[in-house]
Design a protein around this ligand. Sequence first.
Ligand SMILES: Cc1cc2nc3c(=O)[nH]c(=O)nc-3n(C[C@H](O)[C@H](O)[C@H](O)COP(=O)(O)O)c2cc1C
Length: 351
Amino acid sequence: MSISLQPLAIGPLRVEWPVFLAPMAGYTDAAFRSLCLEEGCGAVVTEMVNAYGLVVGHVRTEHYLDTWPMEHPIGAQIYGSDPAVMEEAAGRIAALGLFDFIDINAGCPMPKIRNRGDGAGLMKTPELLAEITRRVKAAAGPLPVTVKTRIGWDADSIHVLENTAGVEEAGADALFLHGRVAMARHSGPANWGLLAEVKRARRIPVIGNGGIRLPEDALRMVAETGVDGVMVGRAALGNPWWFRQLRWLAANRTPPLPSVEDVRTLIREHLDREVMLMERRGPKDLKLGVELTACLVLRAHLVRYLRGFRGIRTLAVHLEERQDKATLLGRIDEVLATGRRAGPSAAEPDA
Ligand SMILES: Cc1cc2nc3c(=O)[nH]c(=O)nc-3n(C[C@H](O)[C@H](O)[C@H](O)COP(=O)(O)O)c2cc1C
């Protein structure tokens, strides 16, 4: 396969390798993002951060902006539907000097978000989305502004060409486009045909998202749709090696699969990084203490890291329990010792 991913300019920001880790609430904190960057991911985005929470100074909201200096390029994603609040949140993020771009969430389909007009709700109010883009752009100073949205609300309401025209006109520097409608949430096929249409219609870069499972799929998306980059979410969960595999594949080499030792080392590193992240937080946020909280955060990732290992079920039984680091690491070692089942590789993501 020929190399089809080229360096990308998002306003003044140059992204050398336009392969983005998708924002995923509950997963893509600094610990996981930094691991993905080290494994070859090209750029990362925080999980969605409530603009109102930032403006009123909620300490927990601010934690979603925790980053490490090595995490670049990195975008901060904000959500909300009040232009004044979004503008102020963008100004505060720009002033932190930690981020390379600001992303507006216009695609989250969760009822509690979309029902108040935030996230995917903004697709139903395109003038408001454009207004928010304009004001965020004005507040962001030199930082480029991107919008992450979807192809439509449901199968009968696909207005992505009009909506993205408005966003482009309002000054957005790039689009992340998820090829599913909001009502499909994260399941079902992604419509790459519409990604191609939007790419043809827009001047700003379009980064495609949805329906990428294997690294091969990322190259296929670029070849079939002409998008300027790709954004991958679930395929990278429990599998940060995915990014390295894509780099190998793009260089016409056969990517290696992670060994059991690679998995062990990476899980331990991930847990250490979660501990480091939690150490920054105050006692109010850490009722269970640093170590137990870090173990709880890692829990969501573990079932994915250990997918394909024979003993995964025994670990699943204990995941509901509170356990300290030593106990958890011991249980992980027991699962790793059971070895991988034959069949599809443990590194292959869920549908
Ligand atoms: C658990 C989970 C959390 C997510 N959180 C966010 C989020 O905070 N912001 C956002 O824009 N999209 C969020 N998404 C959507 C992803 O960024 C992405 O658009 C979607 O998963 C499709 O990409 P994929 O098929 O590669 O996973 C989330 C998806 C999942 C599965």
